[in-house]
Design a protein around this ligand. Structure first.
Ligand code: HEC
Length: 124
């Protein structure tokens, strides 16, 4: 009886952990590009790291339209060549899936008790 209870508790816990969809660490390339390893990463590396570091990519985020506008901007002002439509589609899908729009990009502020003392705090 007791064993059954323990087993049920473990099962409920596991189900809950899976249900909240804990973030899984993404695998990144072992070379300097540091791109997320997912379908299309080689095309991004080959096409997008010729003029600048992949850091410009990995530190950015956006949905497909945002990434497309960046590509157009580079084509209009930075000499990026017109891309084959299939290649462009694959690159955009990769970017939107792995560097997608963020709902937030900042952590919550620290609670006052975890902050260093503020020397400028007026005394009351
Ligand atoms: C022909 C050269 C060239 C290629 C190829 C190129 N870029 Fe760029 N890109 C640039 C230049 C130049 C900048 C501006 C760099 C800077 O601000 O220091 C830039 C900037 C960026 C930025 C930052 C834009 C911003 O809003 O700050 C992103 C993101 C980016 N590129 C992504 C890509 C992606 C994705 C590809 C592949 C489709 C790519 N780049 C291929 C030249 C290129």
């Amino acid at each position: 009886m007791k064993n059954k209870l323990i087993l049920t508790t473990i099962l409920i816990g596991l189900t809950a952990a899976l249900a909240v969809n804990l973030p899984v660490a993404q695998e990144v390339t072992s070379d300097a590009s540091n791109l997320v390893v997912a379908e299309g990463w080689q095309e991004v590396q080959a096409t997008c790291t010729e003029c600048h570091s992949s850091l410009l990519i990995t530190q950015n985020s956006g949905d497909k339209a945002v990434w497309e506008s960046r590509i157009r901007w580079m084509q209009e002002t930075q000499g990026l060549q017109t891309l084959n439509p299939e290649l462009e589609e694959s690159i955009l899908n990769y970017l939107a899936a792995n560097y997608g729009q963020k709902t937030f990009s900042r952590r919550a502020p620290l609670r006052t008790q975890f902050m260093p003392e503020n020397p400028y705090q007026p005394e009351d």
